[in-house]
Design a protein around this ligand. Structure first.
Ligand SMILES: [Zn+2]
Length: 171
């Protein structure tokens, strides 16, 4: 029997993997709606239900829980694995992260000053600001509220059931 349930945010992004027992409790408490079910049926004296495979939260999770950790991989995820100068989408090992305002000019290592960059653009920019290098940022970097792609990324370590596939972006 498959023991895990994929929990989605109200806007359908993968949030985390929980046990199906927990999913049933959330459903019973009316916190989630069931989108997919496994074949297995669980029975108690009063009810008989199919175990949930994918559930969606009805209400947004409190923002305190949504703080996205600053990391290289999460910066790539925020930027959709695209170089923020040339716009090309690359694989992780072909990406670097760039201080928009270079450290030597006081630029911080923080969400608002770090963007995804490919190596050629990174070399071209060097330790200059985009203005000095004559390069244009595709968008202003901000601290993201949620990161569906980065969350989905962790599913590579988890056995993804076929019922989950439509809800999990893995590439
Ligand atoms: Zn580039």
């Amino acid at each position: 029997m498959y023991r895990r349930t994929l929990l989605l945010t109200p806007w359908m992004a993968p949030h985390k993997v929980i046990t199906w027992e927990r999913a049933v409790v959330l459903w019973y408490l009316d916190k989630v709606e069931v989108l997919e079910e496994y074949e297995d049926v669980v029975r108690s004296p009063s009810i008989s239900i199919r175990t949930p495979a994918v559930v969606r939260l009805k209400k947004a999770i409190r923002s305190a829980k949504q703080v996205v950790r600053f990391s290289r991989m999460n910066v790539f995820a925020r930027d959709d694995f695209r170089c923020q100068y040339c716009g090309e989408r690359k694989i992780t090992r072909e990406l670097n992260y760039d201080h928009v305002v270079p450290r030597k000019h006081g630029g911080r290592t923080a969400w608002e000053n770090i963007v995804t960059s490919c190596y050629p653009c990174n070399d071209r920019k060097g330790s200059r600001t985009p203005e000095q290098a004559g390069m244009k940022l595709r968008k202003q970097p901000i601290r993201p509220r949620v990161l569906p792609i980065a969350v989905a990324f962790r599913f590579r370590d988890v056995d993804v059931h076929s019922l989950w596939e439509p809800y999990v972006m893995t590439s």
